[in-house]
Design a protein around this ligand. Structure first.
Ligand code: SF4
Ligand code: FES
Length: 208
């Protein structure tokens, strides 16, 4: 069985090859083809597939001057060091919605690695869809997941990639898991090809 791959066409769609598991935001399986173009400009009238509208929408994947710096920040506690690279964050907000004793954006620093039990912290980090969060134990970075190769659509949001699908020619952020990551499909991210949460600010509506 060939391993799936993703590449990004210049100013155009994601080209996905060899994918078997393609899941929509309702958990239903979507049609796959041996090679398929997926919209990443937000303008396709046939989402999630590309319909060529990027040409008329003026879509560009040039690096934004507002790109988030690639910086792996470490928050060392007694049992765990939590690592965070904001370049990769899709602002899915599991962290501070579900474990506010550890992830509290009102505080500085906003991450307290001693704020809850080790297993709760590990469980939360495994939920982080973007791979922005990871952790180290005794100074050794730990793998956080090992899922089947799958692309899942987030409603009005990015593509969630799991299962170490190769992203060709990617400029990975430091500490990126590469097992899971989130790719922009609204066209507005400053951190393309990764999602940066801008879909919320532009009210991206994938039904249009
Ligand atoms: S993507 Fe990860 S780091 Fe970013 S808000 Fe969500 S859980 Fe937190
Ligand atoms: S899908 Fe474009 S920024 Fe999240």
């Amino acid at each position: 069985m060939t391993k799936p791959t993703i590449s990004c066409a210049k100013n155009g769609p994601m080209i996905v090859k060899g994918l078997e598991n393609f899941i929509d935001s309702d958990g239903q399986r979507l049609e796959t083809r041996p090679a398929m173009g997926l919209c990443r400009c937000g303008a396709s009238l046939n989402k999630p597939y590309c319909d060529g509208n990027h040409k008329y929408a003026g879509f560009t994947d040039e690096a934004s001057p507002e790109r988030t710096p690639d910086e792996l920040r470490a928050y060392a506690g007694q049992a765990i060091t939590i690592l965070n690279n904001p370049l990769l964050c899709s602002v899915a907000e599991y962290c501070h919605r579900e474990l506010e004793t550890v992830f509290d954006t009102r505080k500085d620093p906003w991450i307290d690695p001693d704020g809850d039990a080790l297993e709760h912290i590990k469980g939360l980090i495994e939920k982080c869809p973007s791979g922005a969060l990871s952790y180290a134990i005794n100074g050794e970075p730990q793998p956080t997941r090992n899922c089947a190769a799958t692309i899942t659509i987030e409603k009005n949001g990015p593509l969630r990639i799991t299962g170490s699908i190769e992203l060709k020619d990617a400029d990975w952020g430091q500490g990126a898991s590469q097992e899971h990551y989130t790719l922009c499909r609204c066209g507005a991210s400053k951190n393309k090809p990764f999602c940066d949460g801008s879909h919320s600010a532009i009210h991206f509506d994938d039904s249009k």
